[in-house]
Ligand binder design. Structure first.
Ligand code: PBG
Length: 330
């Protein structure tokens, strides 16, 4: 008998063979596009550390939403970038019906209706002058429970502006349950919550801070999770589900695939992964230097999330990649 008896390479011989036995496939419907909308600009403003991503004007945001929907992307997640002078200690633009995020939500809903799931970031860091995800107490610490009150008001403002899904991303204890109660009390029972269940204090958020003109000095280590810890991700999952999370998310993506797998195995609700700004920037920067094949790297990273158990993937490449998937499907 010849040796080796078992030859796994047989199933890798041709593209058709590999396609037939592929265990995981991305579909445009898996993808959600995060997008930034900036006040006080008529034209989109490029983000230096995220080549190809912009701070949208309200008009260019409308176009980007239509393009995403046409490409088959499922959702869009909005982040607001207010005028610098409007930021304050409590994040007033976050609850102003005319705040830029609320204006962006209304514009997108007006443009695409229900063709996209319209989501918004429920957090204070984009709207506070100190850049923290919450309000501060007299000692300068982020005050958990006072922050919950602000999130509750923001949740209602975002729901009233037309968001289908809110993403509480500040990592305050109780943020999902508190937002849920506020939404229900205001008659927004159908607005869903995508909990940032496992969100780590990561170096890879760097480019995002430029994307939202963040005022933060210091770090978020007293509220975001510590990278060495896995167990607390499951604790956070339990709490978020008990508080009423409709969807849960793991963030960042690639450095936390183990967490994604653990959460996916334990979660009774759909699981999302967020491929964040620094992950995007690394691939773009290496590709620009000719060090890696850009499109293959994009496909490989996005497929990795699905393989690790994510049903949804937030990625700045959503529209581009959805188009490629459609073209490949013929
Ligand atoms: C907080 C928030 C952040 C990101 C999404 N929501 C920044 C942070 O926690 O520092 C980062 C997203 C990215 O890096 O792409 N509102």
């Amino acid at each position: 008998m010849s040796f080796p008896q078992v030859r796994p390479r047989r199933l890798r011989t041709t593209p058709a063979m590999r396609r037939m036995v592929a265990e995981h496939r991305l579909h445009p419907a898996n993808l959600i596009l995060p997008a930034f909308v900036r006040e006080d600009v008529d034209e989109p403003v490029p983000i230096g550390s995220m080549p190809g991503v912009v701070q949208h004007s309200v008009d260019s945001l409308r176009k980007a939403a239509v393009e995403a929907a046409d490409a088959g992307v499922s959702g869009i997640m909005l982040f607001g970038v207010p005028e610098e002078a409007k930021k304050d200690a409590v994040g007033s633009p976050g609850t102003d019906p005319d705040g830029i995020l609320q204006r962006g939500l209304r514009a997108v809903r007006e443009e695409v209706g229900d063709a996209l799931v319209v989501m918004s970031d429920l957090c204070l860091d984009e709207v506070t002058d100190h850049g923290h995800c919450g309000v501060l107490d007299e000692a300068g610490r982020v005050d958990n429970d006072a922050t919950l009150e602000r999130y509750a008001e923001m949740a209602v403002a975002q729901a009233e502006a037309g968001a289908h899904v809110l993403g509480p991303s500040g990592m305050m204890d109780g943020q999902v349950g508190h937002a849920r109660r506020a939404l229900d009390a205001a008659g927004h029972q159908d607005v869903a919550l995508m909990a940032y269940t496992a969100k780590y204090a990561s170096a890879f958020y760097g480019p995002f801070r430029e994307a939202v003109n963040s005022s933060l000095k210091g770090d978020r280590k007293t509220y975001q999770q510590d990278p060495p810890n896995a167990r607390e991700a499951l604790r956070e999952l339990e709490l978020d589900v008990a508080e009423g999370a409709d969807l849960v998310m793991v963030k960042p993506g690639l450095p936390y695939l183990d967490i994604l797998r653990a959460v996916a195995d334990a979660s009774p609700v759909p699981v999302a992964a967020y491929q964040i700004s620094g992950e995007y920037a690394m691939v773009e920067a290496a590709a620009e230097r000719g060090w890696i094949d850009r499109e293959r790297a994009i496909d490989e990273t996005l497929t990795a999330f699905v393989r690790a158990g994510a049903g949804l993937v937030l990625t700045y490449w959503a529209t581009e990649h959805a188009r490629r998937l459609r073209a490949a499907a013929g």
